[in-house]
Design a protein around this ligand. Structure first.
Ligand code: TYM
Length: 332
């Protein structure tokens, strides 16, 4: 079976960044790669690497599962499941930790950033999280892993671990490849366009568009996005990070290139451009929200997650026993 796999952490409501860098790309790839099975999951064991409120976490998990479906993935070629319901993830994560070096984990940007900010309460789960992410992928022999730019370092580690395991214990894992979208792999905060848009930010952050924000709020956030004092709409990531970020959003949704957008807005100011973009995003996310509202009420969501758990568990169980056998763990 040829598998494309990806996951999203239920740490808050997914953002426009998650949508454009990941979800929308999953849908596009699923339409193009018709001989691949798509495995998508809610990475709830990853969510607890930082403290979570149990009630909120449960709601976020359900919302995220519904958002996967609302983004337009085709259910027929989709295995959708919760990571916590397939226990082999954590078990293989433990195995992965046994072949991961401390130095490799210390080099991970996410961890380094937290240490640099001298954040307190950084958990050991956060430190070892990339080993669990490697397990998520290797468990299913996924060939391709579509992700945003911030996950490519984790994918490199996953590849190293797959090769290391195969060398030590014999051919066991497929070495996966990251698939990063050309445009939209790093959507920036609308108020601070040099910082990545992130769902773990303060929900009151006006620079972050959450997929379940009311549509008028979404429009307002776009219209009040920070831009520079120039008035011409053109792409220049270094000198015009705000407008370049908005152009990226525009481009991913409409399919127009930067050149085409520049030509369209020649002679127009930022106001016109932002006004149009607000409508474009509102239409796209409005349609997603309509589907979301149907799905979240339906019984179908649980049925899909039950089927997903069964299918994923079957493959995961087989892979884990192979791994244990090769390593000499257990009796068989
Ligand atoms: P997470 O939950 O932080 O993000 C989910 C996906 O969204 C992408 N993304 C973005 N893309 C563009 N612009 C942004 N501002 C932006 N913010 C996030 C991420 O790159 C990601 O593709 N560790 C993963 C979840 C995970 C996973 C996996 C992914 C766990 N196991 C196995 C793939 C395979 C994470 O924290 O993603």
């Amino acid at each position: 079976m040829n598998i494309v796999l990806s996951g999203i952490k239920p740490t808050g409501i997914p953002t426009l960044g998650n949508y454009l860098g990941a979800l929308k790309n999953f849908v596009k790839l699923q339409n193009e790669m018709t001989d691949y099975e798509f495995f998508m999951f809610v990475a709830d064991m990853h969510a607890i690497t930082v403290p979570q409120d149990p009630k909120e976490l449960r709601q976020n998990i359900k919302n995220l599962a519904a958002i996967y479906l609302a983004s337009g993935l085709n259910k027929e070629r989709l295995t959708l499941f919760l990571q916590s319901e397939v226990h082999e993830h954590v078990a293989l994560g433990n195995v992965m930790q046994s072949i991961t070096y401390m130095g490799e984990l210390e080099r991970m940007t996410q961890y380094k950033d937290k240490m640099a900010k001298q954040e307190t309460g950084v958990t050991s789960a956060l430190f070892t999280y990339p080993a669990l992410m490697a397990a998520d992928i290797l468990l299913y022999d996924a060939k391709y892993v579509p992700v945003g730019e911030d996950q490519t370092q984790h994918l490199e580690l996953t590849r190293d671990l797959a090769v290391r395991f195969n060398n030590r214990f014999g051919e066991t894992f497929v070495v996966p490849e990251a698939l990063v979208t050309k445009v939209g792999a790093r959507i920036m905060d609308l108020q601070e366009p040099t910082k990545k848009m992130s769902k773990s930010d303060d929900p009151a952050n006006k620079g972050c568009i959450y997929l379940l924000d009311p549509i008028p709020v979404i429009k307002k956030k776009i219209k009040s996005a920070v831009t520079d004092s120039d008035t011409k709409v053109y792409y220049d990531k270094e000198n015009k990070p705000g407008i370049s970020n908005l152009m990226t959003i525009y481009s991913v949704i409409t399919g127009l290139s930067f050149k085409e957008i520049e030509a369209k807005y020649a002679g127009h100011g930022y106001g016109d451009f932002k006004g149009d973009l607000a409508e474009i995003v509102a239409r796209e996310i409005g349609a997603l929200q309509e589907r979301f509202n149907q799905i979240i009420k339906s019984k179908e969501l649980d049925e899909i997650l039950d089927q997903g758990r069964e299918k994923a568990s079957y493959l995961a169980r087989r892979k884990l026993s192979k791994v244990y056998h090769k390593m000499g763990i257990g009796r068989n």
